[in-house]
Design a protein around this ligand. Structure first.
Ligand SMILES: [Zn+2]
Length: 122
């Protein structure tokens, strides 16, 4: 199984964007280099709504090292919803969910089946 790592600044950017997006969700894609998630990819087709972020996957620059996605929950749960797991399935890769209060302990990473995975902070 693939082992992922993520740069601390990426987590901070996700949490900051999540705070900024309140009361809505924040959603973006993640780019990785050699298994290290190093960048957020913001997509022009991405809308955020109060119920759930909507992502136009066709807008994703697939050849650009897309490793998965990250989104925020405007609640205290970072558990994936059924819709989240359906989306993870369709994309593959690694997926991060962060929740209130959007700090270092708020986020969790999941595989494409919605199972929690360990991701190292680098
Ligand atoms: Zn969600």
């Amino acid at each position: 199984m693939r082992k992922w790592a993520i740069e601390r600044e990426v987590i901070e950017a996700i949490n900051e964007s999540a705070r900024y997006s309140l009361p809505n969700e924040f959603l973006c894609l993640l780019r990785a280099e050699e298994g290290v998630i190093c960048e957020l990819l913001l997509l022009p087709g991405t809308l955020s709504g109060e119920s759930h972020g909507i992502l136009d996957v066709n807008m994703a620059p697939i050849s650009y090292g897309v490793a998965g996605s990250a989104h925020s929950h405007p609640s205290h749960s970072n558990e994936p919803s059924d819709a989240d797991i359906g989306f993870f399935n369709s994309m593959g890769g690694v997926h991060i969910i962060t929740c209130l209060p959007y700090d270092d302990g708020s986020w969790r990473a999941y595989d494409s089946s919605g199972r929690p995975v360990d991701v190292d902070l680098v």
